[in-house]
Design a protein around this ligand. Sequence first.
Ligand code: TYM
Length: 328
Amino acid sequence: MKRMLSGIKPTGQLTLGNYIGALHHFVEYQDDYEMIAFIANLHCITVYQDPKELSTNLRDAVALYLACGLDPEKATIFLQTDVKQHAELGYILACYTYLGELNRMTQFKDKTAKNEQNLTAGLFTYPCLMAADILLYDPDYVPVGDDQKQHVELTRDIAIRFNNKYSPTFKVPEPLSAKVGARIMSLTDPTRKMSKSEHSDKGCIYLLDDPAKAKKKIMGAVTDSFGEIKADKVNQPGLYNLMEIAASLNGSTPEKIAEEFAGKGYGELKRYVGDAVATTLEGIQARYRDILANNVIDEVLKQGAEKATLIAAKKLDEVTKKIGLEIR
Ligand code: TYM
């Protein structure tokens, strides 16, 4: 069975973008692949987090993994810091990554371009930790949204470099993102990615948003003044984004939805998309409440960490031996 691995960093509540671009694919794949899905808590602190809020967000993220349908009997679910090998291999791989490569990472470049102050060294080197997260487990595929593909490409380069310097050690993984929904855009600015760090709450739907409020956000989404429903990503990005959201949730395509709604008003399309979102959130939230009430999270994480540690410890051991870090 081929192996897949991915993670989400809960620097806030998980979003509809996380669900469509990543989480719902993890669930799809868990039957046909050996799925490893973790909570990337070390990645959260590259930017300051309120400790209480962070802790709550981590618990919510695990509950949401389960509520979205990840099954601990099939998938390995764990918290990054419960498997100590991540941080150690992250440091080691930073020693096999060039500053020039990290400087080219668009996420970091974007932050520098915006002149954000007090950027941390952790934020700069986080792609090395992400490479470690992946390479510890030799996955064949890494399902991610579009914005993370560059980091998986860097991971491949680091793996190839290490393999060439020593001997084959790491499997070189492929990034995997869906044709529809790999980059869900903000509802208030369809030229920007929907993200947890949006300035306004209106552009982003959170998985724990009240479904009626989420529908309102869809109804208020920025579109255009063409007045015609077409699947035109370039000229009508706002409308296309809404169709992409509904298409991902209903297993359709923006083109099919555009055909169905040809000649109708934007309001009707928005109601359809809003209903698809509200129905999805209602289902997820009902399961989320059950999961919290049943207190299953600690046990899921314990079992997941045990399974993950078996794989990660073996790999780190191989790496430290090859480099010569151990005294023989
Ligand atoms: P993060 O937490 O920013 O995002 C988690 C996943 O959600 C996807 N995503 C989106 N997809 C579509 N539309 C959007 N608007 C949207 N926003 C987010 C992301 O592409 C990602 O797949 N560094 C990673 C977490 C990570 C990781 C890893 C992932 C750490 N180690 C190892 C894979 C493998 C991150 O910050 O993702």
